[in-house]
Design a protein around this ligand. Structure first.
Ligand SMILES: [Zn+2]
Length: 458
């Protein structure tokens, strides 16, 4: 195996040692047994490939000899998660142990799904590891609509199982950068599908199939036209032919998703209805992210099979959310970000769509999923490296008692991720007062942690 320069793939940086290559194959080959020493070797290779901000090197596998036809792996960092390998399907399939790929070995001693006896120690909710898994296996789709989450699905800290389509939507939104917003992007008016198009163009499901050939963003494209295109594509074996439609809907009404344009309304009507993510199933405050699966029914007719919807903050800033209560919190957080920026503090807002790890030195990691996280650095003091701070925000809406109970148990874990601040949201006359207090508290906490001399927020 060789490390090649990403920008000049013809240039070999170095050959992996026999031990390193074997470690990568054991670590990422599904069904392989990992040795304790493999983990350190794999982490070191990943660090060479990805410097934390950018991919510098690709790993080229020597299991295929054909020049130009050698399979490659790249490295990715998601949010604050660990670096990991990603298969690059466009460069061909492996003939080695990596033909069955896994991103990371399953951790040992992980309780069965749903075992929440110890808060935070459940099987964590993770992104879809491989773009090929965006497609259903043959015969799976019609038999198990919206089916199980598959490996890495987990129950999630919220205690609600996320359907497979929801996991795909969350993975797309996270990887394309919609779950993260730097203060400078608050006034960015670039169109969301342009960002998604650029992202999809870089993702491949096979040497012949790019994500941009199956993921599309215009609900007015006739279903027949889309499926005729799909029929003509070289398709991965054992996968059902389908397309994914992703857009921000103006309204959800009676099992349909509606996109309004200057020339009329386009109605997306999934045969098996629309499922919704988050704890708030009252879908009365648009807009919504909607991801639909387009395929052919038994008679060969093109149809929208199923869809999954998620609250979005607004068309201009479609940050995904779990409830309409979070919209109230998010508006205030945007105001805080703009306000502290005037004092020199640049905040990045994160909407965690998957569980976040809290590492412990003497015990297994715990997992939690805060509603929002704000990160920022101390303002530069001479000679002192600017420290990274994290404030964790929880929206406390008028939720069911079970939910609040679960939440109080995971708050202890969240407090280990950062300073925890709660925002209570209810529809009553006192909300304005609560909002003002929340704004002052968050702003003051950020300025304090960043080392800005205190000014009273107005
Ligand atoms: Zn290989």
């Amino acid at each position: 195996m060789e490390l090649v320069e990403r920008d000049h793939p013809g240039t070999v940086r170095r050959h992996l040692s026999t031990e390193e290559a074997a470690a990568v194959r054991r670590f990422c080959g599904d069904g392989q047994q990992v040795r304790p020493e493999d983990v350190g070797l794999v982490e070191a290779v990943l660090e060479e490939m990805h410097d934390g901000r950018h991919v510098r090197l690709w790993l080229e596998c020597d299991c295929v000899r054909a020049p130009g036809g050698r399979p490659r792996l790249t490295a990715r960092v998601r949010e604050d998660g660990p670096r990991h390998f990603v298969r690059m399907h466009q460069y061909g399939e492996h003939h080695c142990a990596l033909a069955s790929f896994r991103q990371t070995p399953e951790p040992e001693n992980v309780g069965p799904d749903g075992d929440c006896a110890w808060p935070g120690q459940h099987n964590p909710l993770r992104p879809v590891a491989d773009a090929l898994d965006y497609l259903n296996d043959l015969h799976e789709g019609s038999a198990r609509p919206g089916g199980p989450t598959g490996s890495g699905g987990g129950l999630g800290e919220r205690g609600r199982r996320l359907p497979r389509l929801g996991r795909i939507l969350h993975t797309l939104l996270e990887d394309a950068g919609f779950a993260r917003l730097h203060v400078d992007a608050l006034n960015d008016r670039s169109r969301s599908w342009e960002r998604l198009e650029a992202y999809a163009a870089d993702q491949a499901l096979s040497p012949q199939l790019s994500l941009s050939q199956i993921l599309y963003f215009k609900p007015w494209t006739p279903l027949n036209e889309k499926m005729t295109e799909v029929d003509a594509l070289a398709w991965p074996k054992r996968k059902a032919r389908s397309a994914l439609l992703l857009f921000v809907a103006d309204e959800l009404r009676a099992g349909t998703a509606i996109k309004k344009t200057s020339v009329g309304e386009y109605v997306v009507r999934p045969e098996k209805g629309i499922r919704a993510g988050g704890r708030d199933q009252r879908l009365t405050q648009p807009p919504y992210w909607v991801l639909s699966v387009i395929d052919r029914d038994r008679d060969g007719n093109a149809r929208v099979r199923e869809a999954f919807a998620q609250h979005a903050y607004s068309f201009a800033r479609p940050v995904p959310m779990d409830s309409r209560y979070e919209r109230v919190t998010l508006k205030l957080l945007f105001d805080v970000m703009a306000w502290v920026k005037r004092h020199g503090v640049e905040v990045t807002l994160w909407k965690p769509l998957f569980d976040r790890e809290v590492r412990q030195t003497d015990a297994p990691s715990q997992w939690c999923r805060p509603d929002f996280e704000l990160t920022f650095r101390s303002v530069a003091a001479t000679g002192v490296p600017a420290r990274l701070h994290r404030v964790v925000i929880e929206t406390m809406g008028a939720d069911d008692p079970d939910y609040l109970e679960r939440k109080s148990r995971t708050q202890e874990i969240m407090k280990r991720r950062g300073i925890l601040i709660e925002h209570w949201v209810a529809v009553d006359a006192a909300q304005k007062e609560r909002d003002d207090a929340f704004f002052r508290r968050v702003a003051a906490k950020i300025l304090h942690l960043a080392g800005v001399p205190q000014t009273r927020p107005v």
